[in-house]
Design a protein around this ligand. Sequence first.
Ligand SMILES: [Zn+2]
Length: 331
Amino acid sequence: MRKTTIGFLLLCAAALISIGSPSGSSQVFNYFEGGRKPDLEIVKMGGGLYLAKGEWGANVGFFVGDDGVFVIDSKTTAGATRKVVKEIRKITSKPITKVAFTHSDSDCFNGYDVYPATAEIICSLRSRQELAKGLWTFLEMNAPSDIYSSGPTSMPMPDFLPAVSFGGQLNLWFGSETIELFQYGSAHTSGDVVIRFPARGVAFIGDLVFVHHDPLIQRHKGGYSFGLVTTLSILLKAQPEIRTFIPSHADPIDRDELGAIVRSIEEIQAKVLAMVDEGKTLDDVKKAFQISEAPKAAGNWVWPRLAETVYQELTERRMPEKMPTIERRDR
Ligand SMILES: [Zn+2]
């Protein structure tokens, strides 16, 4: 059932139009910079593809096809998503016919009910399962907590399940454009979807990447850092080549930037693996990576650091004696 849309923001910041430039210094959106949210900005990616960044929440992508508009994700609030729809209406009168979500986190999902009721809503089967369980989400940006009702570390889950879900690959022939949706495996969550526009060398990658910040592995949603490296490595090898990767919470990045991010994750994994092999404890790992407990207040990035997550992943798999085992049952 579609929930009633509330909290429409009357503020009407003028939207800016600019030309996308994937190369150059990538920017993480800082919601506290200047003490206000960034203006909504519509970036032309070329060939009918646009990126709506700024306002509250994740980047929203949209593609104006021959007969309709395909949208990727929503903003965090209905009000912010409504502003995006208003900008789409300035660009085209074609209806929004399909909306695909990169994953189940509420910061990219909560504005879903602003899209037309007739639009087909698509996500991965695993994301749909996560939504059905109502799993909480780490706050994925340093936005003020007062836009979330449940505190600084989590957000309310949408009361909604998409009608269409898939596993593996889903191809959409959207007018003359082919759009490919891939669900490779557990990474940021268990159900992350990469949305590729192969003719344009562009992929929307949701929360697989956080620029200048540790990746977030939502372990309670089945996220897995080694799966993240696998997925990102597949993207770098994909043909036709993907040249521009669009994360949810930063400006687009290029192949070199993504390659550097993958290497940095692998370096942390290797260092933690060596420490686990030496019998080091989680406290040793935290000390080595200078991890201290960050105060859980608005404006802080509150999720666990990658080294901590990797340690948990490795030790869970390396110490089966701490769990009920078949050998024990046989005795
Ligand atoms: Zn997320």
